[in-house]
Design a protein around this ligand. Structure first.
Ligand code: B1M
Length: 225
């Protein structure tokens, strides 16, 4: 199969929620010499966005969206080692940094967070992944426990975006805010929102997140503890 046919097949596998086929196609696309970041973006995440808009229009049911997400995860698992290499070569360098990362309270979307985490690890950042539905107090505890100097939050729902502000406030209340740089992201998050809640920046995609974290790390980050 050529590139266009592979991307078509990946889209079909994601829409049909066929995780086994999605994983196999990710491997086939790598063997065909396609760029892992492009496979992720053109093949998998754009298909998931398509699934999301079909669901919004009532053309798909929630279980179908869940299966589509599982298919993307299967593809991501195959791409992960090669994505790490791509992230390292495109971003360059290595930084002795610790990032506490999580999807905020009330939100269980984790695909974007996992992609960002994978790329960060590729440039030498130690990522402490707290998972999904993470309360502000857990971010605070993890920053303290791991001496983190970076915090990354993800939110995909407009209703869970306010939880990001709560994390910033909780870090302030714990006296940890000055020691960390905070990045926020996820489809509904804007630059204006990031500024409004007192975060240090946001990015629209994985490579943007890498650039953001690198520029934040270049500023003086004393560490939380
Ligand atoms: Co959800 N969902 N979902 N969902 N879901 C959305 C977000 C939605 C936009 C769909 C739609 O209406 N079109 C909508 C939100 C509407 C809104 O709030 N305005 C929605 C809804 C409503 C819901 C439920 C409420 C549905 C329901 O139950 N009735 C429910 C909520 C559950 C909850 O969280 N409490 C729900 C559930 C689910 C599934 C479980 C089925 C599944 C998630 C599976 C999983 O993640 N394990 C799911 C999915 C798959 C989606 C869509 C289709 C795709 C999300 C995704 O993974 N995108 C989504 C539609 C859409 O986004 N268009 C949708 C791919 C991913 C790579 O992109 O996460 O944006 P993204 O990450 C990007 C960037 O944003 C950025 O880089 C990443 C890589 O490029 N980025 C960062 C992300 N985090 C970053 C952090 C950074 C920097 C950059 O710094 C720290």
């Amino acid at each position: 199969m050529d590139g266009a046919a592979l991307y078509g097949a990946i889209r079909a596998a994601v829409v049909e929620g066929d995780a086994e086929r999605a994983g196999a196609l990710a491997g086939e696309a790598l063997r065909a010499g396609l760029d892992p970041l492009e496979i992720l973006d053109r093949g998998f995440t754009s298909s998931l966005r398509h699934v999301g808009s079909c669901w919004e229009k009532g053309e798909l049911y929630l279980p179908e969206m869940m299966l589509a997400a599982e298919a993307v995860k299967a593809g991501l698992a195959v791409l992960k080692p090669r994505l790490s290499a791509a992230g390292a070569s495109k971003a360059g360098g290595a930084a002795p940094l610790v990032c506490v990362m999580g999807t905020v309270a009330g939100d269980i979307h984790d695909i974007g967070k996992n992609i960002v985490g994978t790329l960060l690890e590729a440039i030498g950042v130690r990522v402490v992944d707290l998972g999904t539905d993470v309360e502000a107090s857990r971010f605070v505890g993890a920053v303290r426990e791991h001496g983190a100097n970076l915090v990354g939050m993800s939110a995909l729902l407009t209703s869970t975006m306010p939880a990001m502000r709560q994390v910033v406030e909780a870090l302030e209340a714990a006296g940890l805010r000055r020691g960390v740089r905070i990045a926020v992201g996820g489809a509904p998050v804007t630059k204006a929102f990031a500024q409004e809640i007192g975060a240090d920046g946001t990015a629209a995609d994985g490579m943007g997140a890498l650039r953001l974290f690198q520029s934040l790390a270049a500023k003086e980050v004393p560490g939380a503890v």
